[in-house]
Design a protein around this ligand. Structure first.
Ligand code: ADP
Ligand code: ZN
Length: 739
């Protein structure tokens, strides 16, 4: 049977003039028409090479002619079809959908779905050699010992490329070539790489009754093979991963592909181990740090349906799976799912859309679901499965608040006596401890004791952060960095620069003074720079080579360390400032996750939150383990304010190297701001990050009631204001950052 999309599109495309619309991965609003040369049948989704000006570019046949003004006989022709499987219809609709929703040209979204260099050409076939059988005795005299060694390597019928063969046999390349010449080795081309199809059926652990119920529901969603969204809501350590592995196993049993999104792929070493143990096969990995060759091979294998499982960062959503059967979004509440550059999109929300367009289930997994997700559950759009208890009787840790006003640290220190005592006790017991502080470097601010001057980034509205190990000051926004100056740059006073406030390096210094024998590891994006460094760190933690972990949010997620019993949060209030709409929600989520690292096995966990605001609702909810109460209060506040998830937001950010131009553009936009029922525009105002990488920034915020078509409102608004020279306008639908 012909799949419906090829038949209907093929009809459209077989029109008499033989003209098709091709979408190019460029910031273009529409498709361009091209003639299909005689003899080249194309169907929608085909990757083709077309002329554009003097260039040749790759694009995708998007559909019939867009009915442009160019006469058919003057249209340029498609040059050739490229060697890649056609982009599936669900994927093309996804590209169009994301473009419409985020107000980006479809070509820019397409670029994310095909921006892999060289993936549209069949790779050069890899030639391998096998031994020619039955050479018999006549070959005998020609067989030197070296030649025999080569043939011995291939005795079991294997094939190897010449270089690998020489290496395996311990001979020079000449020996292998000699054998080829005399006809004792025969060449064959190897097929493109692909993974074996794991099944994983029945390989999981025995599930608890609650786990079994949740797993059954997720399996049923996969079997139903239609769209559904299910929140898997369970405390940290409840076994959520084991449960969704059941759904993965079900999809694989049906020979359908699976996509698992994780918020930070550098931290997935443990996840990969677990998956590999469970399914006896490694999934394909997709993230922005992959090498070019691996990207190409993975993209092609996914497109050809040869890859059963991909685990990836948000960009994996744009891989052209032909037969996706399930999407899992792990830690669905994570802000890291929001892409802030280029096409801004929220990968969790777009995963739900992708699933809907492909008519498949999606599972959203979290111990602290986003308010947006819970609202969708409340509205009945998403199903929910609960795992209320930790696996195997492990208890959730006790969370205690340390009121820093009543129990202050010694002067010049940052850890309160109670936390210090707990840390020392844990070390005596041979247990591991984790100190959490969401701040890289040594100190967030350096100022001159003499004149009060603060060292700031010349390109950004930001302080320079001292990194003492590097002896440098760095801007965490633009990467600007200078050596620590010997004197104040403003008043030239010597030895007057003082570090203010702690970063993780400074906490490590304090721990070294308190417990000189403790083995300490700092865990931040500065020290754990990739998947390999992450797995080495995890190995050291599991092997008890580390006593105290000191780190940023990189430590908060996903990890399961049985010996870790103590968690200390150095500055629990850190995320509450700044007036961000989600500051409270995010702090609650982050600190719940951090706390959840403690006591995951048989030893009970203890958590201390150092706070200056113990009466804050977030701190009280954390201490009382009252998620429901916190969510109810937070939700009510949002509802009253008409904020998400009960209202819609879109941010407009204008930026320009010219301060006046940015402001003028913002004011010009504001003059044409829409004002109807249910719509309000806030601003313009200079952004809190008023200068970023040398660009001056202004913001406007469009706030609308839920039933308003915010994209249509924005399109009309922006169409009424001509773009300004040297001013960049960025539209951020459902903004997560307000900087
Ligand atoms: P979560 O993802 O909810 O934080 P995990 O899936 O990481 O929880 O489970 C926590 C730990 O408990 C893991 O080591 C996991 O292998 C183990 N575990 C969970 N469920 C089971 C089970 N049914 N049988 C055996 N071990 C389990
Ligand atoms: Zn900067």
């Amino acid at each position: 049977m012909v799949p419906p999309h090829t038949s209907s599109m093929a009809e459209n495309i077989g029109d008499p003039q033989h003209i098709v619309g091709v979408l190019l991965p460029l910031p273009l609003g529409t498709t361009y028409d091209y003639r299909v040369p005689d003899g080249l049948g194309v169907v929608a989704g085909d990757f083709v090479e077309v002329p554009l000006g003097s260039r040749r570019v790759a694009g995708v046949v998007w559909g019939p002619s867009s009915g442009g003004a160019v006469a058919a006989n003057r249209l340029k022709a498609i040059i050739r079809r490229l060697d890649a499987p056609a982009m599936p219809e669900a994927m093309r609709r996804f590209v169009d959908w994301v473009a419409r929703y985020t107000l980006n040209p479809p070509g820019l979204v397409l670029r994310m779905a095909m921006g892999v260099k060289g993936a549209l050409e069949a790779p050069k076939p890899r030639i391998a050699y096998r031994a020619v059988p039955d050479v018999g005795s006549e070959a005998g005299p020609r067989l030197t010992p070296a030649r025999r060694r080569v043939l011995a390597v291939l005795a079991d019928g294997r094939m190897l490329p010449a270089s690998e063969l020489a290496l395996a046999a311990g001979v020079g390349a000449g020996v292998v070539h000699g054998l080829i010449e005399v006809g004792l080795l025969a060449a064959e081309s190897l097929p493109e790489a692909g993974a074996a199809w794991p099944d994983g059926a029945g390989a999981g652990p025995a599930l608890s009754p609650a786990q079994a119920t949740a797993a059954k529901a997720l399996r049923a969603a996969v079997t139903a093979a239609t769209w559904s969204a299910t929140l898997l809501d369970g405390v940290t350590g409840a076994g959520k991963t084991e449960v969704y592995f059941e759904a993965v196993a079900e999809a694989l049993a049906q020979r359908r592909q699976v996509l698992v999104l994780l918020p930070e792929i550098a931290l997935t070493a443990q996840w990969l181990d677990r998956f590999t143990r469970r399914f006896a096969a490694a999934p394909a990995v997709w993230h922005s740090d992959l090498g070019a060759a691996e990207r190409r091979a993975t993209w092609r294998a996914v497109a050809a349906g040869r890859t059963p499982v991909v685990v990836g960062a948000r960009s994996a959503l744009f891989l052209p799976f032909p037969d996706l059967g399930l999407i899992v979004v792990d830690e669905e509440h994570e802000a890291a799912y929001k892409q802030e550059d280029g096409v801004t999109y929220h990968a969790r929300d777009m995963a739900v859309v992708r699933a809907r367009l492909a008519d498949i289930p999606v599972a959203l997994v979290s111990a602290t679901p986003a308010l947006e997700t819970l609202a969708n559950v409340a509205r009945g759009r998403y199903g929910v499965q609960h795992l209320p208890d930790r696996h195997g009787g492990a208890r959730l840790p006790e969370i205690a608040l340390i009121d820093m006003r009543l129990e202050p640290p010694e002067s010049g220190r940052f850890l309160s006596p109670r936390l210090v005592a707990a840390l020392q006790a844990a070390l005596v017991e041979g247990e591991q401890a984790m100190l959490f502080l969401n701040r890289r470097g040594y100190a967030p601010l350096t100022l001159c004791r003499h004149c009060g001057h603060r060292l700031c980034c010349p390109n950004c509205t930001a302080w320079l952060v001292e990194h003492r190990y590097l002896a440098r000051l760095q801007c965490h926004h633009c990467g600007y960095s200078i050596a620590l100056p010997p004197a104040c740059p403003a008043c030239a006073a010597e030895a007057s620069l003082t570090a203010c406030g702690p970063g993780v390096e400074r906490i490590a210094e304090e721990v070294a003074a308190l417990a000189p024998e403790a083995r300490v590891a700092i865990v931040t994006s500065d020290t754990v720079t990739g998947p390999r460094a992450a797995s080495e760190l995890i190995r050291r933690i599991e092997a008890r080579e580390i006593d105290v972990l000191i780190g940023t949010q990189m430590l908060a997620k996903g990890h399961h360390f049985p010996l870790l019993t103590l968690v200390g949060v150095v500055d629990a209030d850190l995320g509450l400032g700044g007036g961000d709409l989600r500051a409270g929600e995010r702090t609650f989520q982050l600190l719940s996750q951090v706390a959840g690292r403690a006591g995951r096995a048989d030893r009970p966990g203890r958590v201390f939150l150092q706070t200056w605001e113990p009466e804050h609702p977030v701190m009280r909810a954390l201490a009382a383990n009252d998620r429901a109460g916190f969510l109810a209060a937070e939700g009510e506040g949002r509802r009253e304010a008409g904020m998400p998830p009960y209202g819609r937001l879109a941010a407009l950010i204008l930026s320009s190297p010219d301060a006046g131009a940015a402001e003028a553009a913002a004011r010009a936009l504001a003059r044409r701001a829409p004002h109807g029922a249910g719509v309000r525009v806030l601003g313009p105002a200079p952004a809190p990050l008023a200068v970023l990488r040398g660009a001056h920034r202004w913001r406007l915020l469009l706030k609308a009631e839920r039933d308003i078509d915010i994209q249509a409102t924005l399109r009309d608004w922006l169409a009424a204001v001509p773009p300004q020279r040297r001013v960049r306008l960025q539209v951020d639908i459902d903004p997560m950052s307000f900087l």
